[in-house]
Design a protein around this ligand. Sequence first.
Ligand SMILES: *Cc1c(COP(=O)(O)O)cnc(C)c1O
Length: 365
Amino acid sequence: MCDMVPFLDLKKVNEQHRNNIDLAIAEILESGQYLLGKALEKFEQEFAEYCGTSYAVGVANGLDALDLIVKAYEFSKDDEIIVPANTYIASVLAISKNDCRPVLVEPDINTYLLDPDLIEEKITRKTRAIMAVHLYGRVAEMTKIWDLAKKYKLKVIEDSAQAHGAMYNDKKVGNLGDASGFSFYPSKNLGCLGDGGAITTNNESLADKIRALRNYGSHIKYHNAYKGINSRLDEIQAAILSVKLPHLDSENEKRMAIADYYLANITNKKVVLPSTPLQKKSHVWHVFVIRTKERENLQKYLAENNVQTSIHYPIPPHKQEAYKEWNHLSLPITEKIHQEVLSLPMSPVLSLKEAEKIVHVINKW
Ligand SMILES: *Cc1c(COP(=O)(O)O)cnc(C)c1O
């Protein structure tokens, strides 16, 4: 019982696909084409098909995916984009680096997602888009977001970096807005062996424009239509993602089984468990986040009992040094979340025995 339960054993996650990853890498090595080749085209088609969208465009990482969406819309300086106040910094950076203003909205304390009832009061004549973040793997409350977007003619941008494969009714994340940004950072539900990202959309001209923007703004070599960036998903990462994509649903199912086990068996009254998702598949459990007023104490106790945990996230964007201009803001729900959350081990390779140990230890706390 004294083996450490790691927060996430990435080596074990990828070891499952070892043979096919080795073959895929060897094939790229031999092809002689390492960027913007057949493997990328293949993965883009497969990923678009998986998400149910017409187009997918591979890029270098998740931040660039969101950045390129905002860039492609060519919003004006100081245009506003609604974004949840508790999100990973990348969602906010993608807005501010394009000279637009992130307008922070408090989350719902039960879902940790953008509270749709607090959005309308933040909409002004400068609002251009709502960025819905499917935080922790749970799909955002889209119906109200769609209604507001229609009423005020706003774009809906999804930050899907934590929710590959999650469903809202019969549609997948990536196909719930005008455009969606994904990350394939190694620890994500679909991760490569380095950095990677993608944009999905049903808008052909937007997809074409982003295809150019990711490659120096060029559709035709040495002809630059836009001031683009260099953000390409390389052939090796694309080939690895093609190996892993067919297993995403079954790996998400394993996460759901662990989440069900935690939800049914953690009984410690000092711990607030995640609320039950609307539908089974509307949460793909990128992380399993509990809440307690004695977070530091619980984290230390779990470490002493060989259970590794993590915090998503310790400091909200508006309290970061990078956003000094917001440090005075008071967003009490967001701040409470950041003070109390703790993420338990969660991955498709976590064993039932490990989950049992974790539950046992928490219930004794
Ligand atoms: C990981 C993540 C990103 C950024 O992805 P990178 O590939 O690390 O750039 C964006 N948004 C959210 C919510 C994320 O979790």
